[in-house]
Write a protein that binds this ligand. Structure first.
Ligand SMILES: C[S@@+](CC[C@H](N)C(=O)[O-])C[C@H]1O[C@@H](n2cnc3c(N)ncnc32)[C@H](O)[C@@H]1O
Length: 507
């Protein structure tokens, strides 16, 4: 079978392109299904930026250190086999980060091969510095030593690697009071604040490259006005609850009479909220080996936290036991072009609502998006799938290209999402009746139209608004408008898909 992967055609940066995936002799257009991960542990990543203007106290209102167009990045001496040096291509539009960004990592044994960090449409991202021919094997592109991470064991007893918590420091009391099940982000926020405050800690330097409150898309930092722009009352309420939790946590643990070494970590609630937003959107969760012990840990990992998300990621990561390194690899089975964005899949099967809640972004044509239908209408699953030549199991749908002459451009992640989310029925012994199918499809279309009509603005209004105001609005506002655009586009495409289904239905 021949085919290609689909699903991220509408990836936010528009940089990840369709790529031919060789799949054990079988090729197929894969539609936002699980990645080929080569037996690596799957991880969920939380990464989100905000630069602390003053790393020593509460203020963090300024912008993060801006990228500067540079020539060759000059790391420390004898650079053989080290951070790959990158030439800024004059044709490149995205600005390279300044040399210090590389230098501070290089001296701490961070090694990057053939990649560069640039300011792109989704903040800083990681891009290939060169063409790579079709990869038969995964290829290491980044190594980050554990010594510069901030990690916390996921379960009791709390353990930190490296252990940056001094004996008797009051931050330990806060960490110790957290719920092991629910509060991993509070623990990571506390450790981040401590790392930013600890002399000689790497994060005192790296903190300059985290997004500030002004640069962050995290909805934890959103105003009420920005939350209303979501046009999703449930999501807005969940964010309000998270904001309230941040406020309550700060009030409880940072009383007015708290001692200076605690007080200066977060002089005002906004600082804690920022740390929480940063922890939520930049943390990794994965098994980590320390000595003979394997344990799940939450981790903040500099440099690796600069990879943006794609549902069709180019890269994966794992913790390398022998030298305690985070290793990022380009997945095999791809051809990489210079300038291609290197991405992770932050959350397998994440809906746009989930991404918004944790990271503050949504993606168009997300194959895992869902719609809630309330009527009784259902269409026949196999019939719908065959109309679009989709094969495989629900979690692994792929577009079966061989069934047609060429790739159907209409088929993207939304169609797969539609196949997963539309109410369907299947009974092996019961054939569908085309006229019943058509009636059900029309009813489902009607329900979709009602959902669209319930929004206070149209897709066209939103697109115009975003185009007109993007330059003067906050990242949260833009993310909120983009979210409702993605939502409405999804619903519209389902209506179209049902039209196509009715046209293609077999009599
Ligand atoms: C782990 S950070 C990645 C690095 C980040 N771009 C930066 O500038 O620091 C995650 C944040 O990057 C942005 N991001 C990542 N993937 C994205 C995507 N596919 N679309 C839009 N924004 C994305 C969001 O702001 C998210 O909270």
């Amino acid at each position: 079978m021949q085919g290609l992967r689909l699903g991220s055609a509408a990836c936010s940066a528009g940089i990840v392109q369709r790529q031919i995936l060789s799949n054990g002799g079988q090729n197929a257009v894969r539609l936002g299904c699980k990645n080929v991960v080569f037996g690596l542990p799957s991880w969920d990543l939380g990464l989100q930026p905000t630069r602390a203007v003053s790393l020593l106290d509460g203020g963090s209102t300024g912008g993060r250190v801006k990228a500067r167009a540079t020539g060759r990045v000059a790391p420390a001496a004898n650079a053989s086999n080290t951070m790959e040096l990158i030439t800024a291509d004059e044709k490149d539009e995205l600005e390279l980060l300044e040399p210090d960004f590389y230098r501070i990592g290089y001296v701490r044994h961070v090694r990057a091969y053939g990649i560069e960090f640039r300011e792109g449409p989704d903040g800083i991202g990681v891009y290939s510095a060169k063409d790579l021919p079709y990869l038969e094997k995964p290829r290491v592109i980044l190594e980050v030593p554990m010594e510069i991470m901030v990690t916390c064991r996921k379960d009791l007893p709390w353990m930190f690697f490296p252990d940056i918590v001094p004996m008797g420091h009051p931050i330990f009391e806060i960490i110790n009071s957290t719920d092991p099940e629910k509060d991993w982000d509070v623990r990571m926020a506390c450790l981040l604040l401590l790392a930013l405050d600890t002399p000689d800690n790497f994060w005192q330097l790296y903190g300059d490259y985290l997004p500030s409150v002004d640069d962050s898309s995290s909805l934890l930092l959103a105003s009420e006005e920005e939350l209303l722009e979501l046009q999703d009352s449930e999501l807005a309420q969940r964010i309000r609850d998270l904001q309230q939790r941040a406020e309550t946590t700060w009030e409880k643990h940072w009383p007015a009479d708290s001692i200076l070494k605690l007080k200066r970590l977060s002089r005002e609630p906004g600082r804690f909220r920022w740390a929480l937003a940063t922890a939520m959107s930049r943390s990794f969760t994965m098994p980590m080996n320390v000595g003979t012990i394997v344990q799940d840990a939450n981790m903040l990992i500099p440099y690796a936290d600069m990879f943006n998300h794609s549902v069709q990621p180019t890269c994966s990561y794992r913790f390398r036991k022998k030298d305690r390194m985070l290793e990022v690899i380009i997945n095999a089975g791809q051809e990489i072009k210079q300038g291609d964005e290197m991405t992770f899949n932050y959350l397998e099967q994440g809906t746009n609502t989930t991404f918004m809640e944790r990271y503050g972004f949504s993606t168009a044509a997300n194959p895992w998006d869902t719609l809630r239908f309330s009527g009784n209408s259902k269409i026949h699953l196999d019939s719908f799938l065959s109309a679009f030549q989709i094969a495989g199991m629900k979690d692994e749908y792929y577009y079966n290209e061989t069934a047609s002459e060429e790739v159907d451009p209409f088929i993207d992640g939304t169609i797969v999402a539609a196949a997963r989310t539309l109410p369907t029925w299947e009974e092996k012994d019961l054939p569908y009746i085309p006229s019943t199918e058509i009636r059900s499809a029309c009813e489902l279309q009607h329900e979709c139209q009602q959902l669209l009509d319930d929004f206070p603005t149209t897709l066209e209004d939103d697109t115009r608004l975003l185009n007109e105001q993007a330059d003067v609005r906050s990242p949260r506002w833009k993310a909120a408008i983009k979210y409702r655009i993605d939502r409405k586009s999804f619903i519209k495409k389902i209506i179209q898909a049902l039209d196509v289904y009715m046209e293609r239905i077999l009599y």
